[in-house]
Design a protein around this ligand. Structure first.
Ligand code: ZN
Length: 316
């Protein structure tokens, strides 16, 4: 288990024991932070007929599913009738799936006292799906729990977020994180691949190279193909691009691409960065919400739009 999840489990366990757990929960974090793991744990604990109290200290108590009762066994074999997991097909969660979820909550529980539903990658809901979910969130049925997870809570409708208890899972960074993984043995390698540039020096180098390419591309219209290739082929590409732009906005004052600026260097102003950032965000939404999407085409279109923004304002 990731050590940093323990405090979250303790907090949630306390809420369950005090009967203070809200009807809707949203767990977010960067990929691999453990939000999906927490969601799974919470569902098992909620459904288990006799959860185990770990640790004798009341204040630091964390519940665990017993793994032995009828519901635990049914859940483990994927045949527990009072739980529903929504799976995003074709990269989006459509309105039909959410309607199915609403109907699921309308029916009485078959076995247990509680009913649970899990929506992973909640940010991939289409707008109509999100609106349908809002209705369910507004009219909770007794002992029903909706659990949402997302790597991108900024892509969720604010109205959804405001109806959930939101818990952001933040893993420690840098050496602390590596130390954390070293405690876990082999399992670490699976997780390391998710937190890429924080943990893996190869990914860190790839990120740094991409950052340079993006800066050259924005300033001098060079390295377009390298930027395009990373965005199309690297799963982290778009997230990296956003991170670079946010960093640029933050440090804009001191930012220069090279000390020996020549006549071809173009400075890029804050407004341009902001415009580029918005274009990237819009493309990201398209990539997430369109059912059939040609990643190459959409990314090329984005780069063309970025070029326009950068060139237009620099001619002034
Ligand atoms: Zn159990």
């Amino acid at each position: 288990m990731k050590n940093w999840l323990l405090a979250v489990k303790q907090q949630l366990s306390q809420q369950i024991i005090n009967n203070k757990l809200p009807h809707a929960m949203l767990f977010s974090g960067v990929q691999g932070a453990g939000h999906e793991e927490i969601a799974q744990w919470l569902i098992k604990v909620l459904l288990c007929q006799q959860p185990i109290h770990e640790n004798s200290n009341e204040a630091l108590l964390s519940l665990q599913p017993c793994t032995d009762c009828k519901t635990c066994k049914l859940f483990a074999s994927n045949s527990y009738p009072d739980h529903l997991t929504i799976v995003n097909e074709k990269n989006t969660i459509g309105v039909d799936l959410i309607r199915h979820l609403s109907q699921f909550f309308q029916r009485t529980a078959h076995i247990g006292h509680a009913k649970t539903a899990l929506v992973n990658n909640a940010d991939t809901m289409t707008v109509s799906a999100a609106n349908a979910l809002l209705k369910t969130l507004e009219e909770p049925t007794t002992d029903s729990f909706i659990i949402l997870t997302t790597d991108r809570s900024d892509m969720l409708l604010p109205t959804i977020i405001s109806r959930c208890q939101k818990i952001e899972i933040r893993p420690p960074v840098g050496d602390k994180l590596l130390a954390e993984f070293n405690h876990q043995g082999d399992d670490a390698f699976i997780n390391l691949s998710h937190l890429n540039e924080l943990t893996d020096s190869a990914a860190e180098i790839a990120f740094a190279e991409f950052r340079d390419m993006v800066q050259y591309y924005l300033c001098e219209n060079r390295h377009r193909n390298e930027v395009l290739a990373t965005l199309v082929n690297n799963d982290d590409g778009f997230r990296w691009l956003e991170k670079i732009l946010v960093d640029l906005m933050r440090d804009h004052w001191g930012w220069q691409i090279s000390k020996n600026r020549n006549q071809y260097n173009i400075s890029i102003n804050r407004q341009q960065i902001w415009q580029v950032y918005n274009l990237v965000q819009a493309t990201n939404i398209k990539l997430k919400t369109l059912v059939q999407v040609n990643r190459q085409f959409i990314t090329e279109k984005l780069l063309a739009e970025i070029s326009l923004v950068v060139q237009k304002t620099t001619k002034k």
